[in-house]
Ligand binder design. Structure first.
Ligand code: UDX
Length: 441
């Protein structure tokens, strides 16, 4: 099939490359000429495992191209809308300007019978409005949310847990004839994925839009739940990692997403739960989501707590102390620093008078662009040189595997804060380190 992908960020670039991998002819559109040039040359504009290989193989097959010109979507039967919906400055609500701009441009180039598939995470009600705008063109809108995680984006796109189609429906909630045709087009796009037994949920627009924010709210709640338990563990001398193991054996609870630590960040969970609260307010059901306010504040409290821990281990003050922060990305296997807990903590410590040096295997360039006042180092050893305290803030494999004996030789004081609960306390203590963590004795 011929497919277009509008917006080539973390979502769109991966989606475009995966669609080409599934055998489709794909044109990716982005307003940023540098991004388009890099992608057209087979280079990933950000770090995402597996993406460079897909771009290289697509160059060989000639199935994947990129352009800044929306007119290049002509001839595509399905157009995926993959632009970002960041948080509005100073507000909880999502900023819809990229969706609105891209959509207004796309509408000029679609043909009757084309399918426009929305993938961006949007406030519920958006699809209904876009569908009305699209109607005069004879093209049809469907909502097909994306659930990919950065770091696993290629795998999550090629082998998703489920596919969701939100179709236009009549007054009785039954898909319209146009909706059925659009479903058939999406079935063709995802033929291989569906043939592998991937569950498909077909529903209406509102449900499809809600599925995405509901899933992210649940995940955020799970993380904040265990971080709230970490606060209890800190007050009682209990160990949150053992607690998570024990409750996680209950299949109704499950161990995944129960890793206590510095909490969630990134371009999705924080802004999505806030936008969801804002939308619930507009819909007059703000009480239904008031718990998300608590989820958000538990999450933000972890960042404050780790600064307090640094102060505790440094005998009451971090003023003038050298702090090494291992990690800048919001999670491992990503160079994304949007709402990164690691950088937020680094900046707080610096603001409070510490000399902070940050390192990260992939995210230093992005971090430096956003936080030019922080100091950066090329390796954990460099960052830790003469440090009074070392904070593991993003659990990259290379930091999990650090040798406490080797690092002991470069620091001024052997004090380690395990912001992600991934180190073995006994091993670090045996090498003479003061080990402190979030939610562990
Ligand atoms: C998330 C959702 O998982 C994905 O389905 C959605 O499409 C987009 O948002 P992503 O933001 O890429 O994906 O990362 P995710 O793996 O969910 O992690 C989010 C944050 O939560 C990270 O900062 C991570 O460090 C943190 N986290 C995750 C925890 O603190 N504890 C956990 O147990 C799991």
């Amino acid at each position: 099939m011929r497919i277009s992908v509008i917006g080539c960020g973390y979502l769109g670039a991966v989606h475009a490359a995966c669609m080409a991998q599934l055998g489709h002819d794909v044109i990716g559109i982005d307003v940023d000429p540098r991004k388009v040039e890099a992608l057209e040359n087979g280079q990933a504009p950000f770090f995402e495992p597996g993406l460079p290989e897909l771009l290289t193989s697509a160059r060989e097959t000639g199935r994947l191209h990129f352009s800044t010109d929306m007119a290049a979507v002509a001839g595509a039967q399905v157009h995926f809308l993959c632009v970002g919906t960041p948080q509005k400055q100073g507000e909880f609500a999502a900023d819809m300007k990229y969706v609105n701009m891209a959509f207004a441009d796309l509408v000029k180039h679609v043909q009757p019978g084309d399918v426009v598939a929305g993938k961006s995470t949007v406030p519920v009600g958006t699809a209904e409005g876009l569908s009305e705008q699209l109607a005069p063109t004879g093209a049809v809108l469907v909502w097909n949310p994306e659930f990919l995680r950065e770091g696993f984006a290629v795998k999550d796109t090629l082998y998703p847990d489920r596919l969701v189609y939100g179709l236009p429906t009549d007054d009785e909630g039954v898909p319209t004839a146009e909706g059925e045709k659009a479903k058939a087009a999406l079935d063709e796009v995802y033929a291989r994925t569906l043939s592998e037994g991937t569950p498909l949920v077909t529903t209406d627009f509102a449900t499809a839009q809600l599925v995405k924010v509901a899933a992210n709210s649940f995940l955020a709640t799970k993380i904040s739940f265990i971080n709230a338990m970490a606060e209890l563990c800190e007050a009682t001398g209990a160990d949150v990692t053992r607690l998570a193991d024990a409750i996680g054996y209950d299949a109704r609870i499950g161990r995944r997403f129960l890793n206590a630590g510095l909490g969630f960040g990134g371009g999705c969970l924080p802004k999505d739960i806030r936008a969801f609260m804002a939308r619930a307010g507009e819909l007059g059901v703000d009480q239904a989501l008031s718990f998300l306010r608590e989820v958000d504040s538990i999450n933000m409290r972890r960042r404050v707590r780790v600064v307090d821990l640094a102060r505790e281990v440094c005998d009451g003050s971090i003023v003038g102390r050298k702090v090494a922060v291992l990690g800048a990305a919001f999670k491992p296997d990503s160079d994304d620093v949007r709402d990164s807990p690691a950088l937020s903590v680094a900046a707080q410590m610096q603001l409070q008078g510490a000399h902070v040096t940050v390192t990260d295997p992939e995210a230093v360039a992005n971090a430096r662009a956003k936080w030019p006042d922080l100091h950066f180092a090329d390796s954990a050893v460099e960052a830790a040189r003469d440090a009074d305290v070392v904070l593991l803030a993003t659990e990259w494999a290379e930091y999990r595997e650090l040798d406490p004996a080797a690092l002991a030789g470069v620091v001024a004081h052997r004090r380690i804060l395990d912001g992600r609960n991934v180190l073995d306390p006994a091993r670090w203590r045996a090498a003479g380190w003061t080990y402190r963590a979030l939610g562990r004795p």
